[in-house]
Design a protein around this ligand. Structure first.
Ligand SMILES: NC(=O)c1ccc[n+]([C@@H]2O[C@H](COP(=O)([O-])OP(=O)(O)OC[C@H]3O[C@@H](n4cnc5c(N)ncnc54)[C@H](O)[C@@H]3O)[C@@H](O)[C@H]2O)c1
Ligand SMILES: [Fe+2]
Length: 382
């Protein structure tokens, strides 16, 4: 029926020696003075040196990206880019640094404010080379055409969606995530799991995104606990880096759904880390979704060898139960009460979440504002 398109970064380099591709990429794009965009965690851990020690060109560093960064930080960084007369962007960081870098590369050559580009297909071109090196596993931002930034004015996370945000080169090395703090490993790892599950049950899934999503789910369930338990486990880090990239390709093309839509207001209003808000909402939204995608959830349960019943709903329920335990094992809180959220705030959260139509339209069950409030209530009462 119809057709589907498949989008990715132009070139993907993966594996333990992937960073060796950085210099050839710099030569290929004739880069003379790149701007390295990063953050304090990556700099203080020394992980940035894996990149800086390789560079054979002059460069500048903007290392002030904040977690869950604000839209305005894009403007600040664009100013820095022009002041330092840079000619390309290299992102070294988690989703936060990558999203800022994607916007800087696409918008530094345009007139207007970053707020003018919020929404879908508002960017007309990009002529600045963009290389991304993720340090978390993760957001999958290295292969998606979206940047998600905080909008404090509206207490919401906003998406800028454009194919001009797709990087020229993504270099995905497990060496970059070894220094990730355990809480970040857990939260970003579950974010990748949510990407894969939501892509698999999305109404826009395809055979291509299904294959990527199912393999990503299997890898994450096996290797995320190992990476969390022993941060220096390079095999687990490599499998997670690949799984996160695969989940990014899956959701970058099939979309994510209600888990993300209900997580957005939690990030916007209560500054919860993206991975934590998604992990928290995951089992409650999936439980609600079962009647819309029992067979698909049952397929996931079968891949994970959780349930072999001939009844799809039984297997789907086993999956939901498993995901609860999986997140607890990683010490991610299970209840909205674990954050400074009051019960009387829930209707306002639901009123915000229903506005995230861009994602809710991908969900296998249509949700009303009352449904959403009921889901928040379950996540609160837990
Ligand atoms: N564009 C997309 O497709 C997409 C998808 C999902 C999420 N996101 C966005 O990405 C952001 C979250 O990104 P994230 O989960 O990767 O976390 P992050 O980039 O916000 O980083 C979290 C913390 O971990 C630290 N850190 C990261 N890597 C490290 C390393 N290797 N060593 C030491 N410290 C390290 C950072 O300094 C930071 O303090 C959110 O803003 C979210 O909305 C974007
Ligand atoms: Fe996400």
């Amino acid at each position: 029926m119809g057709f589907s398109t498949f989008k990715s970064a132009n070139k993907l380099i993966t594996g333990q020696t992937a960073l060796e591709y950085l210099l050839p990429a710099i030569t290929q794009f004739n880069i003379k003075k790149p701007l390295i965009i990063s953050d304090q965690g990556v700099v203080k851990s020394g992980t940035i040196l894996h990149v800086l020690n390789l560079l054979n060109v002059e460069y500048s560093i903007y290392d002030a990206v904040k977690p869950e960064p604000e839209l305005e930080q894009v403007q600040d960084c664009i100013e820095f880019y022009h002041q330092h007369k840079n000619d390309a962007v290299i992102a070294v960081g988690g989703g936060s640094a990558l999203d800022i870098a994607k916007c800087v590369a696409a918008l530094a050559g345009q007139s207007g404010h970053v707020r003018d580009f919020v929404g879908t297909d508002k960017i007309g071109s990009r002529n600045i080379a963009l290389i991304v090196i993720p340090t978390t596993s993760g957001t999958g931002s290295e292969v998606t055409n979206i940047a998600i930034l905080s909008d404090t004015k509206n207490q919401m996370k906003q998406g800028i969606v454009s194919d001009f945000l797709l990087p020229d080169v993504a270099i995905v090395s497990p060496l970059m995530s070894v220094s990730c703090p355990a809480t970040v490993t857990a939260a970003s790892g579950v974010d990748a799991l949510v990407h894969a599950i939501e892509a698999y049950i999305s109404v826009n899934h395809s055979d291509i995104t299904d294959a990527l999503a199912l393999q990503a789910i299997a890898l994450i369930v096996e290797y995320l606990p190992q990476a969390y338990a022993l941060p220096s486990n390079l095999i687990a880090r490599e499998k997670m880096a690949t799984a996160s990239l695969m989940a990014g390709l899956a959701f970058g093309n099939a979309g994510v759904g209600a888990v993300h839509a209900l997580a957005y207001p939690l990030g916007g209003k209560y500054k919860m880390a993206h991975g934590v808000s998604n992990a928290l909402m995951l089992p409650y939204v999936l439980k609600w979704n079962v009647i819309g995608c029992a067979e698909r959830l049952s397929n996931i349960a079968k891949v994970l060898k959780l349930g072999q019943s001939h009844l799809h709903t039984e297997n789907a329920e086993k999956l939901v139960e498993f995901l609860h335990k999986f997140c607890r094992q990683l010490n991610i809180p299970a209840s909205l009460r674990d954050f400074s959220i009051q019960e009387e705030d829930l209707p306002a959260l639901a009123a915000e979440a229903i506005k995230v139509e861009r994602l809710l339209k991908n969900n296998p069950r249509q949700l009303s504002v009352d449904d959403i409030e009921a889901i928040y209530r379950e996540a609160y009462a837990a």
